[in-house]
Design a protein around this ligand. Structure first.
Ligand code: ZN
Length: 222
């Protein structure tokens, strides 16, 4: 653009970076096998396989994906949260295979209400890091659950609330996705769900993207 006046042109204001990172948490791992089914199905194994497909679907939507574990490790809850809390412009998705629920359905959970009490320093205590993000988490959760409900009949229409340990300490929009269930006799029933679950998470995250104005500093309140 030509400069018409004598005043120096202000440098272009940098666009605030938007949501572009998904921290993907295949739950359990290591000695923690998670839920176990009668057919020898282990939650800790299946969530890793789901994660590979979710990752592919998210990358196809332009997201950078950081996994909390690649192989059979078992990072602590705090380590997993810390990976999300260190990012700027990230959401957190933890993957589980449930012991309950009708086989072939999937539910999204968001953390139930946490009191937003700050301590005397004005800082939000670590174990309530999720509190300022609850409404964003619900929005993300509803978008993902809506996509899941279209693919997996009998799934709820909206995200449910629960006390989910991995979400509590996460300072980012955060959801848990639970696929039902480890009680299927043939694990192929679960394998067949993975592409649909991956697609629903990726579409939900993409739909959520414009509504998340990313805080300037990591861990800052939205
Ligand atoms: Zn689990």
């Amino acid at each position: 653009m030509p400069v018409t006046g004598g005043a120096p042109q202000a440098p272009p204001t940098p666009q605030p970076p938007g949501l572009n990172i998904v921290v993907l948490d295949p739950a359990h791992g290591g000695t923690d096998l998670g839920a176990r089914g009668t057919g020898g199905i282990r939650e800790s194994d299946i969530v890793l396989e789901f994660a590979a497909q979710v990752r592919g679907a998210l990358e196809a939507q332009g997201f950078q994906v950081i996994q909390t574990r690649q192989g059979n490790a078992n990072p602590s809850f705090d380590d997993r949260s810390a990976m999300a809390n260190a990012q700027r412009g990230a959401i957190f998705v933890t993957l589980h295979i449930a012991t309950t629920g009708v086989a072939g359905t999937a539910r999204v959970y968001v953390m139930n209400d946490l009191p937003l009490a700050a301590d005397s320093t004005g800082l939000i205590p670590w174990d309530r890091a999720q509190a300022p993000f609850l409404s964003l988490s619900r929005k993300l959760g509803d978008l993902v659950e809506g996509n899941l409900a279209q693919r997996f009949k009998g799934s709820p229409t909206f995200a449910q609330t629960a006390s989910v340990r991995q979400l509590r300490t996460t300072a980012a929009p955060a959801i848990a996705v639970e696929v039902s269930s480890v009680t299927v006799e043939d694990r192929a029933e679960l394998d067949h769900m993975a592409p649909g679950v991956a697609d629903a998470i990726a579409r939900g995250a993409a739909a959520f993207r414009p509504s998340y104005i990313v805080p300037t500093n990591p861990g800052e309140r939205p």
